[in-house]
Design a protein around this ligand. Structure first.
Ligand SMILES: [Zn+2]
Length: 127
């Protein structure tokens, strides 16, 4: 390849030829990848990591609540600008999915250990 680039510099080969060769090689690599991808084994976990998992219903618009990087958010965010979200962490305490599910169905979580309210373990809820 480098030799070929030298040839171009020296006017022995054309840039067009070079591009065509590069294109051909890219195609070969792509096709190889396509073939290989058929035998790739995605583990269940990996798929779950890629596909956003539905946590529950959005209390604002009824959309799906899905797990994001730092919070649980409404999947309709891009569709109807719904900004309903629940942080994954609050007051330094991680809000678990179990808590979120309870919060969405009953409007409040169970007591969250370390989630202090007036010096006592408290709940997170919509008031
Ligand atoms: Zn929503």
């Amino acid at each position: 390849m480098e030799r070929y680039l030298d040839d171009i510099k020296n006017g022995k080969a054309s840039v067009d030829d070079f591009l065509k060769r590069t294109e051909k090689m890219s195609l070969i690599v792509l096709n190889e990848l396509k073939e290989k991808s058929k035998t790739w084994n995605f583990s269940e976990q990996l798929i779950q990591d890629i596909v956003p998992k539905e946590i529950g219903r959005c209390l604002s618009c009824g959309g799906n609540l899905i797990e994001r990087d730092k919070f649980y958010g409404c999947s309709n965010y891009s569709a109807n600008n719904c900004t309903f979200s629940i942080p994954k962490q609050k007051a330094g305490v991680t809000i678990t999915k179990v808590n979120i599910e309870k919060l969405l169905t009953t409007g409040t979580t169970s007591l969250i250990k370390g989630f202090k309210k007036n010096g006592k373990d408290g709940t997170l809820g919509f008031y």
